[in-house]
Design a protein around this ligand. Structure first.
Ligand code: PMV
Length: 326
């Protein structure tokens, strides 16, 4: 295992089987933001790692390039997905494939499910059109899909998914669509376990980001200070992760949660889950992703708590390993 989360280990396998025969397959990992969400929208850095959970796109030879049935989507969601798919299909010359999607990621929980979908589909279509799906090419295509889903995302989700490695990310300075952000690959200095608690449904990222933007526009100095401090925590937490100082990383996560709550993007249910995970021995716990009225909490553990501890808390949890870079 090389300096990556277990997610990256899975993604280190060929990202897309070339489309030689009747079927091809590609994977896009989800992500978890350890530090810096929301501030990243305003140009500050964020620290995020890929997950082993994600979206798989499977293509079978067909008359034309099309996305298969997705029974769980509402009509507006399906229209949005079709528009996003169309952007990538036309950019890759519409290889004749029918694409089926399957996901191990919970949807709309702040774990990057739409970016994972965009990366899986982009990898598959690039491979099928005879192009090597390098992170840069996958990124450019996946961002087009992400923009159809999220308007103007910072890009952190799809960048971590496309690189499939822990990153300190900053959004591009220019607002020109399709420009990649600035990334620094992050080494993992010590083994740790991430516990992801799924707290509950939430409104869309765009809505939570827009409400915070209104507050920040009204009181720019106050919110500017909060965002700047969140960005500093992301840099300090990255240094701590690389040095293997999990206590310092956990503390940065705790402080970051306090700032996110101060910025108005936490909720009683998120705060309770954070508290429960800290009581269960987490070195740090915070909401992850957009938050708002629900979503997920990420907690950092040196070792997974004894079996039963988390189950007793009543939280629905997933785990992901951080394994040291050799
Ligand atoms: O959509 P989510 O919950 O993964 O949130 C993404 C992180 C934000 O910083 C809130 C938004 C963004 O575009 O970076």
């Amino acid at each position: 295992m090389s300096g990556r989360s277990s997610a990256a280990r899975r993604a280190a396998a060929p990202a897309c089987a070339p489309h030689r025969g009747p079927a091809a397959e590609a994977f896009g990992p989800g992500k978890v933001i350890l530090l810096g969400e929301h501030a990243v929208v305003y140009g500050h850095p964020a620290l995020a790692v890929p997950l082993s959970l994600g979206v798989t796109a499977r293509g079978t030879a067909a008359e034309r390039c099309a996305l298969g049935d997705l029974p769980d989507l509402t009509a507006p969601q399906r229209r949005m997905l079709d528009a996003a798919f169309e952007a990538v299909a036309s950019a890759t010359g519409r290889p004749p494939l029918r694409i089926a999607l399957s996901s191990t990621l919970p949807v709309s929980m702040g774990l990057g499910s739409s970016a994972a979908l965009a990366v899986a589909v982009s990898r598959l279509l690039l491979g099928a059109s005879g192009s090597t799906p390098t992170p840069a090419k996958v990124l450019a295509l996946a961002l087009r899909m992400e923009e159809a889903f999220h308007g103007t995302p910072s890009g952190v989700d799809h960048t971590v998914s496309a690189h499939s490695t822990p990153l300190l990310y900053r959004r591009p300075v220019s607002a020109e669509p399709g420009r990649p952000g600035r990334v620094r690959q992050v080494r993992i200095g010590a083994r740790a376990t991430l516990v992801l608690a799924l707290v509950g449904p939430r409104r869309g990222t765009q809505e939570t980001v827009a409400a915070l933007r209104r507050r920040a526009a009204r009181w720019p100095t106050r919110y500017g200070r909060l965002f700047k401090e969140m960005g500093r925590l992301a840099v300090e937490g990255t240094e701590a992760l690389e040095a293997g100082d999990l206590e310092s990383l956990g503390d940065a996560m705790n402080v970051n949660h306090g700032l996110l709550a101060a910025a108005g993007v936490s909720s009683p249910a998120l705060d309770t889950a954070v508290d429960t995970l800290r009581r269960a021995g987490a070195l740090g716990a915070k909401l992850t992703g957009a938050g708002g009225d629900g979503g997920a909490v990420v907690a950092l553990f040196r070792k997974l708590p004894a079996s039963g501890t988390l189950e007793k808390s009543g939280l629905a949890v997933l785990t992901s390993e951080l394994e040291p870079t050799p």
